[in-house]
Design a protein around this ligand. Sequence first.
Ligand code: 2BA
Length: 109
Amino acid sequence: MKLVVCIVHNRDKNKITDELVKAGFKFTIIGSTGGFLREGNTTFLIGVDEPDLPTLKKVIGQNCQSREQLVNVMPFEAAPPGAFIPSPVKVPVGGAVVFVLNVDQFERF
Ligand code: 2BA
């Protein structure tokens, strides 16, 4: 068994949730915050049998979009008075960041 940790943009949360349920996957949704943008994103924990992994990756890949977002590199409030404030830069955000971990044991009591 594998544990898939999948981080997506909040905008893709509902679509991915619907499609995962439709495809019969079991999962937990955690509200999370990206360390760089410090915006809310969504983390899925999905326990999956190894043969189902390719299907899962397909469902994730087909239901989250990569997009560009403008961000200020230095938060305005963190800049000292009179400091040069860099103009916003574009960073690619999403579609999904996926980690696949081995599961030593899975028990249900
Ligand atoms: P954030 O940390 O808020 O990052 C949002 C996007 O900002 C990233 O998209 C990336 O395009 C850009 N970015 C992140 N760190 C950067 C940096 N140091 N310099 C320049 N640009 C940077 P994604 O790579 O698609 O990541 C989306 C979210 O997935 C991240 O939100 C974070 O919550 C999570 N994530 C990504 N890589 C991770 C990792 N290695 N470990 C844990 N979480 C990760």
